[in-house]
Design a protein around this ligand. Structure first.
Ligand SMILES: Nc1nc2c(c(=O)[nH]1)N[C@H]1C(S)=C(S)[C@@H](COP(=O)(O)OP(=O)(O)OC[C@H]3O[C@@H](n4cnc5c(=O)[nH]c(N)nc54)[C@H](O)[C@@H]3O)O[C@H]1N2
Ligand SMILES: Nc1nc2c(c(=O)[nH]1)N[C@H]1C(S)=C(S)[C@@H](COP(=O)(O)OP(=O)(O)OC[C@H]3O[C@@H](n4cnc5c(=O)[nH]c(N)nc54)[C@H](O)[C@@H]3O)O[C@H]1N2
Ligand code: SF4
Ligand SMILES: [Mo]
Length: 703
């Protein structure tokens, strides 16, 4: 009989839940096998169940199609023809190429490109940061997902801290706003269902009738990118009708008079045609929100992927203070809990090593950076040009906007690209060197969630498969090959975790490496119940909820919440809308996680194929029938998909769930062929859902 034991792991994926996982392993040493992954029932928030994707994690770990050993390109870029090389050879080749490029162009010609393939602090923002800071590489602004909303929330509340998920169960009214928890935050959905059972009313605000919207008491299908106008009109009603909490406002907010003045421009009747709801609905929503306490808002990222995304989150984040919802633990708003973890990031990442004056390249504008050409075709002025790209924890050929420009950049013969990956993605196809990466069962990590308040430990369950190496291992080897003698570049994963945990803060009291390793997860030492702003104490400069933000004024932004229309929208850009009348949004598919899992057969079979969903009233005049192949296009590019007609989508909006790999798409392009590199108002974030398109049938509809 082989010996069996259960090991504490944590889901590494970019999902707010960060589930506690119990991995059953059999045997010992290099032959040890993982035979089961399941939810760890001891963790209060993730409650012993995993989503459909990660409950099949062993398929991913033991997939024979994983990258098994280092490879060097032999074909043309994009052809994915490689030959096996040894690790020593790969590391030496990378270091040699980098050294000669650095000698010619300086260290900033090297661009690291990573996002959230793993959310672990060791494998995602530890040794990698130290290494690239020491090298003096260009810095990457990691804006692809959340920076717009984070900036809008920070200007208002002060930090990414909000309601604790469990308290949604006690709320009386819940607004699910630009969020689809059934798909992207399933353990919060559990609490929302509990509230519903206790009689709470659930309202979802989303252009698409998602699974969450369909299960709500009410679904308000707004026009994409107009949420700030809706929130401001709600505030107008609440203030006009005296439904606000005057005591809370007086004690714990800043700028009420200026806000009241601002609201003059947002009468429900004026806002109704902008957001696509009638004025009575807006008034009714505002009254219900103010009068049903405690009221909770789950705001997520869908509504911030537009030109005015930062202000949208800011306007919504003003609501709970106006009605005093924060007084109760089950009142307030939750965007992300990521700001609640007072870790020692300076010790983990060593920002003190960044050479002064190092440039920052925005990851959303990768196409521009690689081609040194802006969207209008003018020189983009990158000096030195990007000559080397090191991709890890990301799949930019699939997930970055303006795919055609990204691929043009990746095809450059003079760009030296390394991709460290678990699988042969769209991006590895363009790499000069591909390195094999470990999965979460094969390396150690500490994972910081953004949906609950426990730090999560991930103990390696099995030895790395094939010749896979973890991100931190590769950076330790690269540091040696580059001749960097700093001991901090050779520290172990355990030392990195201890550095991150070494933070003197009352919330970190008792959160030790030893406890994390023994117990698998430890909740921050915060009060129970968690009601962070019941008596003010906001994390803004004034300590109040800032309706008026002097810091925004200093940045040249509007100090008051305001509605910034989408760049591409029927009202805001009529000339463009005449050519491309449909607003395209591309939120997560239920069975994928961004572009991760698209190559996992069991999950791809469920999603079947890439689609665009249209309302029948938009399909009919275009001669499009259900199930027909169609081309979705605008000036940036085109992609081909099957159409699905349904009344779940608001007329005038097209819905293309993602993120399919280009190589699993009919014409080798996915939805990002039509998305653009323009940035949000605050936080320089991506504007994936701010894209007008036209759709045309690829063949005449069958009679
Ligand atoms: N299954 C699954 N889970 C995931 C992911 C995944 O790919 N698959 N991705 C993970 C990641 S990286 C993230 S950032 C989160 C994202 O999680 P969410 O923020 O929940 O996802 P989004 O699709 O960005 O937005 C959610 C909803 O916003 C709607 N929406 C789009 N535009 C607007 C708008 O202008 N206004 C309003 N009110 N609604 C709008 C969309 O239709 C969508 O239903 O999910 C994480 N979890
Ligand atoms: N059109 C459109 N585009 C979008 C979005 C959208 O809603 N619509 N969403 C955007 C959002 S919210 C996000 S967060 C981004 C996500 O963009 P990415 O963060 O790039 O996410 P993934 O597509 O999941 O790719 C992560 C890759 O990391 C790899 N990986 C996992 N673990 C490791 C590891 O330990 N080491 C190494 N070296 N690699 C590892 C995985 O195999 C996977 O290929 O996409 C954005 N793109
Ligand atoms: S992807 Fe999210 S829900 Fe699924 S196991 Fe990971 S943390 Fe849990
Ligand atoms: Mo994301």
């Amino acid at each position: 009989m082989l010996s069996r034991k259960v090991i504490h792991a944590a889901c590494p994926h970019d999902c707010p839940d960060t589930c506690a996982i119990a991995v059953t392993v059999e045997g010992d040493g290099p032959d040890r096998r993982a035979i089961k992954v399941e939810g760890d029932a001891g963790h209060a928030d993730t409650a012993g169940f995993l989503c459909a994707k990660v409950s099949k994690y062993l398929e991913r770990v033991y997939d024979p199609r994983r990258v098994q050993f280092p490879l060097r390109r032999v074909g043309r870029k994009g052809e994915a023809r490689f030959t096996r090389i040894a690790w020593d050879e790969a590391i030496a080749e990378i270091a040699d190429r980098w050294k000669s490029l650095i000698a010619q162009y300086g260290p900033q010609c090297l661009l690291p490109y990573s996002y959230a393939g793993t959310m672990g602090l060791v494998q995602g923002q530890g040794m990698d940061r130290r290494f690239f800071h020491r090298l003096g590489a260009s810095l990457l602004a990691r804006t692809i997902c959340a920076t717009a909303g984070a900036a809008g929330y920070k200007a208002t509340i002060g930090a990414s801290i909000g309601m604790e998920a469990c308290h949604f169960a006690e709320a009386k009214l819940i607004l699910i706003w630009g969020s689809n928890p059934v798909t992207s935050n399933v353990h919060l959905w559990r609490y929302i269902l509990e509230a519903k059972k206790r009689g709470a009313r659930i309202v979802t605000i989303d252009p698409y009738r998602t699974r969450s919207a369909a299960a709500s008491d009410e679904h308000l299908a707004v026009i994409p990118g107009t949420d700030a106008a809706l929130a401001l009109a709600m505030m107008r009603v609440i203030v006009d009708e005296g439904l606000y909490d005057a005591d809370y406002v007086a004690r714990y907010t800043l700028g009420f008079d200026a806000l009241r003045e601002r609201l003059q421009s947002y009468a429900p009747a004026a806002v109704a045609p902008i957001v696509g709801l009638d004025a009575e609905t807006i008034i009714r929503l505002a009254r219900a929100y103010a009068q049903t306490q405690p009221s909770a808002i789950r705001v997520n990222y869908g509504l911030q992927r537009h030109a005015g995304g930062g202000m949208a989150v800011r306007a919504i984040a003003c609501l709970p203070a106006l009605v005093g919802a924060w007084r109760h633990p089950a009142g307030g708003i939750l965007l992300s809990t990521s700001g609640a973890f007072p870790l020692n990031y300076a010790a983990l990442e060593r920002p003190d090593w960044i050479p002064p004056g190092t440039r920052v390249i925005n990851m959303t504008r990768l196409g521009e950076a690689l081609t040194n050409r802006d969207e209008a075709g003018r020189p983009a002025g990158f000096d030195p040009p990007v000559m080397a790209l090191y991709v890890y924890n990301s799949n930019p050929a699939a997930i970055a906007p303006d795919q055609n420009q990204v691929l043009e950049g990746l095809r450059r013969e003079d760009l030296f690209t390394v991709a460290h990956e678990q699988f042969f993605t769209d991006t590895t196809d363009y790499a000069d060197i591909v390195l094999p990466a470990t999965t979460q069962l094969e390396h150690m990590d500490l994972v910081k969630p953004y949906g609950h308040l426990s730090l999560m430990f991930n103990e390696p369950a099995i030895a790395p498969l094939g010749e896979a190496k973890s991100n931190s291992d590769v950076f330790r080897r690269l540091a040696q090959a580059m001749g960097y003698a700093e001991p901090a570049l050779q520290e172990s994963d355990e030392q990195l975790i201890r550095a991150a945990l070494d933070a003197r803060h009352p919330w970190m009291e008792g959160v030790t490496f030893e406890r994390l390793r023994a117990e698998g997860y430890v909740r921050l030492n915060v009060a129970t119940p968690f009601a962070p702003f019941a008596e003010g104490g906001f994390l803004t400069p004034s300590g109040k909820c800032e309706f008026y933000s002097a810091s925004l004024a200093r940045q040249g932004a509007d100090p008051l919440p305001t509605y910034i229309p989408p760049r591409e929208n029927a009202l805001s850009n009529q000339a463009l809308a005449a050519r491309y009348p449909l607003a395209l949004i591309s939120p997560p598919a239920h069975n994928f996680l961004n572009s991760t899992f698209v190559n996992q057969d069991s999950l791809r079979r469920v999603e079947k194929e890439p689609v665009v969903e249209l309302h029948p009233t938009d399909a009919a005049p275009r001669g499009i029938a259900d199930g027909q192949m169609a081309r979705v296009f605008n000036d940036r590019g085109a992609f081909c998909v099957r159409t699905r007609l349904s009344e779940r989508i608001r007329p005038g909006v097209a819905y293309a769930p993602g993120i399919w790999w280009a190589k699993f798409s009919p014409d080798g392009r996915n939805v990002n062929a039509v998305t653009g590199q323009a940035l949000t108002d605050l936080g320089e974030g991506a504007t994936f859902y701010d894209a007008l398109v036209e759709v045309e049938p690829l063949e005449p509809a069958a009679e």
